[in-house]
Design a binder for this molecule. Structure first.
Ligand code: FAD
Length: 382
């Protein structure tokens, strides 16, 4: 007879590691399983930095979750002793009617969030590394900053283990089964089979494989992160002088970037938001090609002219997109003992700690006090 757990968490990336921690912290007997190593770089939660912001152009309904996430980021830093979050301020630059500027401003008004609106001359004066066009305008939010993906996953895994969770790595889940209401759930891996009262599935870009019966079309997209050493060094790009940013062009193209986080010899990271190539997670092109690097350097030259000094490195990552780019976070509509968390559509990391809390609520109670109506899979089920 297989060992029986209270909860099995499949996938210990950003979301699964947070879920394992919150469940173990609530006294559950947790088994976590991941096919790769802890805090690996083969999924969606690597590359050293993720933007956190509070005003949210994607939909103002995310704002209360972001406020709770910020409290939990602080608690996680204290409990783990790790630097999981750094406040840097954030700039959303674009034309007056751009999604990045106007959408962000609307959500700030709706929720009464602190902010400043800066004209092009103000942006150039306060943040001289940016050279906006005269028609550009920016939303500035002091409370925006950087979440650290590898540190965060490691912190959650360590704390989950400290609360008694059993964590298996380099073990691949081949399938799962749920018997029906009230029944237990089975997980079969390349090493064995496990039984639990509840199952959490947080498979990132592998959702099309592990959650095919959910009926939500999750499209995996290759996304490249680029690190450049700025011309003249990193002095003007340090986190105390240089905010995180999203910059939208009149044609809707968005880039986003970070200050330099790896000392004077390091670089500052920048990337295009969306518009990636559809891919399969098991055959993802992880090589970064010269034409991609040149396209990014060209794009930066008129916007952050010092940044594309010297290309240092690049890395591929994956978005797992739902049709409307909102998350899927719910009990599985056909299996109440299974909670699913997927389709974070390239903007999930800033929410990681609160998603962990919500997964624990859903798995244990079937409901949560957090507002998650937007994430119901039935909205996009085919
Ligand atoms: C380039 C890039 C930039 C981003 N920038 C931002 C940003 O600035 N701000 C932001 O908020 N978000 C950002 N995101 C999005 C954010 O990082 C993701 O939404 C988040 O990391 C997704 O976490 P996850 O747990 O769903 O996936 P993952 O962290 O990939 O975890 C899924 C886990 O499931 C495991 N798994 C899958 N299948 C199996 C199996 N069969 N058996 C066992 N284990 C399995 C995988 O090994 C993996 O560890 C970015 C993403 C990328 C790629």
């Amino acid at each position: 007879m297989a060992t029986s757990y209270d909860v099995i968490v499949v996938g210990l990336g950003g979301m699964g590691s947070a879920a394992a921690y919150h469940l173990a912290e609530r006294g559950q007997r947790v088994l976590g399983i991941d096919r790769f190593a802890p805090a690996h770089n083969l999924g969606s939660s690597h590359g050293g930095s993720r933007i956190y912001r509070q005003a949210y152009f994607e939909d103002p309904a995310y704002v209360p979750l972001l406020l709770r996430a910020r409290e939990l980021w602080e608690k996680l830093a204290t409990d783990s002793g790790r630097e999981v979050f750094t406040e840097t301020g954030g700039l959303m630059i674009g034309r007056e009617h751009s999604e990045a500027f106007a959408g962000t401003l609307a959500s700030a008004h709706q929720w009464g969030l602190d902010h400043e609106v800066l004209g092009a001359a103000d942006i150039r004066r306060r943040f001289p590394t940016f050279t906006p066009a005269a028609e550009d305008i920016a939303f500035y939010e002091r409370k925006a900053g950087i979440a650290r993906p590898e540190e965060t996953v490691t912190a959650h895994l360590d704390l989950a283990r400290a609360h008694g969770a059993e964590l298996h790595f380099a073990e691949m889940v081949l399938g799962w089964e749920a018997d029906g209401p009230g029944g237990k759930a089975w997980v079969v891996t390349d090493r064995g089979a496990y039984l639990a009262d509840r199952l959490v599935i947080a498979p990132g870009a592998w959702a099309p494989k592990l959650l095919s019966d959910l009926g939500v079309r999750v499209t995996v997209e290759r996304q490249v992160m680029y690190w450049f050493q700025p011309e003249g060094g990193t002095t003007s790009f340090t986190p105390d002088r240089h905010p995180v940013y999203i910059w939208e062009d009149p044609d809707g193209t968005q880039i986003y970037g970070f200050p330099a986080l790896d000392g004077p010899e390091g670089g500052a990271k920048v990337a295009f938001f969306r518009k990636g190539v559809p891919s399969d997670p098991d055959t993802l092109d992880r090589e970064i090609h010269p034409d991609e690097i040149a396209a990014m350097a060209d794009h930066l030259r008129s916007r952050l002219p010092a940044l594309p000094g010297r290309f240092l490195k690049g890395a591929a990552c994956m978005y797992a997109n739902t049709p409307d780019e909102h998350f899927v976070l719910a009990r599985h509509p056909d299996h109440p003992q299974v909670t699913v968390a997927c389709g974070f559509s390239g903007h999930g990391f800033k929410f990681v700690p609160v998603i962990g809390e919500i997964i624990a609520d859903l798995a244990l109670d079937g409901t949560t006090e957090h507002p998650i109506a937007l994430f119901d899979p039935r909205r996009v089920r085919v």
